[in-house]
Design a protein around this ligand. Structure first.
Ligand code: AMP
Length: 419
């Protein structure tokens, strides 16, 4: 009977050699940029308490209402984390990070999980890098976070992004705005999509997120939040824009960008790319001044961003950007006979201790097959060893790209490769 073959779950991918190297280069860029901005890495568990996410992200959001991978074990309710901000805020409260003084400047990289319908740029396990600046209320913090995010993309060579910004105001601005939206959409509710009709009663701001066709003409004339901002929110938003201009960071304002997560206050932003199709956001973020308090911490103004790594890779591919160069081993030892194979095993540690990467044949193949393998693996050099070479203590060194061979002692071989 044929054995069952297994594959990854829908919306979850393996990262294979060849792709992983691009991710590693990106991770180095993120870590180096974080160092320059003086953000420190934080790593939180992949499983969190379901209630943290429900409270932090918001019961009525898509993430909480339909996209969580959650399960119970005994009394405990676990969820595979769908985003990074609530976990970081939880860690901030749990470990009293505020007591370390000053602002906390934290970044993270890791896997996240949402039971969404998979499509290009939308997976069930995806990866984000993100940052949180906690304990800072001024517009300079918002702009610092945006500059950090943008700087990472600039270093990858992705240069066709658009930064969109908006303000979702403080709670007073928002409740005035929600009422205005309700009053506007209510008489039109027959024409709204079913999902928007439901949102009208629960959270009318989410209607602005709708991608349903029938909602689009109705959305176009909807009231804009910028007309309902309190004085303090308006001033904060103006200061953010002024600072962005001073820093020569171009942006577009989008009064209908409200983002899907409930915890945002004041500034909201998104970085979009023309290369992503309908899922056009590379990343986004905003201010979330109420979240830390909502999950039991002290009042803590904060601002952060989160960006998708898979979408960044899609943008790189569309722009023909290769983040990493594939490289083969420095040395492939080609052996004829058992004695030569033993010599190779004994010799490789010395080469490796000098920093050279090396490999050999482990399948007892012919010299011809080994040379083919060395070529396929893009080895820089092959050392060819047979009985005669072992007797003479001199070995053939082949420069693979130039197809040139010399016969040398092992010491001279090392010198040649290392220069
Ligand atoms: P969010 O946490 O929803 O604000 O998402 C921030 C960024 O994470 C998005 O702009 C995407 O780049 C990425 N992202 C979110 N959800 C997914 C997903 N299901 N698949 C792939 N990337 C995602």
């Amino acid at each position: 009977m044929e054995k069952k073959k297994f594959a990854t779950h829908h919306g979850m991918s393996d990262l294979l050699p060849g792709e992983v190297e691009n991710w590693q280069v990106l991770e180095n860029i993120i870590r180096e940029t974080a160092r320059r901005f003086h953000f420190q890495e934080i790593r939180t568990p992949v499983l969190e308490q379901t209630e943290l996410i429900a409270r932090g992200v918001g019961q009525l959001t898509d993430i909480v209402s339909k996209e969580m991978f959650a399960f119970d074990r005994g009394e405990d309710r676990y969820v595979l984390r769908p985003e990074g901000t609530a976990p970081v805020a939880r860690a901030y409260v749990q470990h009293h990070l505020a007591q370390r003084g000053g602002t906390q400047r934290l970044f993270y990289i890791g896997p996240f999980f949402r039971a969404e319908r998979p499509q290009k740029g939308r997976q069930r396990q995806f990866h984000q890098f993100g940052a949180e600046l906690m304990g800072a209320s001024g517009a300079a913090a918002d702009v610092e976070i945006i500059a950090f995010m943008k700087s990472i993309y600039e270093q990858t060579g992705i240069d066709n992004t658009t930064l969109k910004i908006n303000s979702v105001g403080d709670p007073e601005s928002r409740s005035a705005y929600k009422k205005a939206l309700y009053d506007y959409f209510q008489p039109l509710s027959d024409k709204l999509s079913e999902i928007s009709r439901r949102r009208l009663e629960t959270n009318p701001m989410r209607i602005l997120d709708s991608k349903e066709e029938e909602d689009q003409p109705l959305k176009a004339d909807a009231p804009k939040i910028t007309d309902y901002l309190s004085k303090a929110s308006r001033e904060h938003y103006e200061e953010v824009r002024k600072l962005l201009e001073q820093m020569d960071i171009p942006y577009e304002t989008d009064p209908f960008m409200v983002r899907g997560l409930d915890y945002y206050t004041e500034t909201a932003f998104e970085l979009v790319s023309p290369d992503l199709g309908s899922q056009d956001a590379l990343g986004g973020g905003g201010r979330y001044d109420l979240l830390v308090e909502e999950i039991g911490g002290p009042p803590t103004p904060a601002v952060g961003f989160a960006c998708g790594i898979e979408r960044l890779m899609i943008a790189c591919e569309a722009l023909g950007i290769a983040l990493s160069e594939t490289s083969g081993p420095d040395v492939y030892i080609v052996t004829r006979g058992e004695e030569a194979a033993r010599w190779a095993v004994k010799t490789m540690p010395g080469l490796r201790s000098q920093g050279l990467s090396c490999t050999m044949d482990y399948a007892g193949r012919s010299i011809k097959a080994q040379m083919k393998d060395a070529n396929r693996q893009q080895a820089r050099y092959a050392i060819i060893v047979g009985e005669q070479e072992l007797q003479d203590n001199r070995y053939t060194l082949r420069n693979m790209s130039e197809s040139e061979e010399v016969t040398l002692s092992l010491d001279d071989i090392k010198k040649t490769i290392l220069t």
